[in-house]
Design a protein around this ligand. Structure first.
Ligand SMILES: [Zn+2]
Length: 65
């Protein structure tokens, strides 16, 4: 269970690791990990990217829109 108000990415293992929104790679101890956050109806949502390249490849479209 991830607390949505806390930072994500510091204490993950293979089973709980986020996946890159662009390429689908598991992000485990990825130094160039990028997270995009926004508020959706009072809740914080995130998208994860393994690096700047995948972040730049993102269309900007959020998955629930
Ligand atoms: Zn990626």
């Amino acid at each position: 269970m991830i607390d949505p108000t806390s930072d994500i990415g510091e204490d993950v293992d293979e089973s709980t690791a986020p996946t890159c929104h662009t390429c689908g790679k598991k992000i485990v101890q990825e130094p160039n990990h990028r997270v995009v956050s926004w508020i959706d109806e009072g809740e914080i949502d995130h998208l994860h990217f393994c690096d700047d390249e995948c972040r730049a490849s993102w269309s900007g479209k959020r998955p629930n829109q």
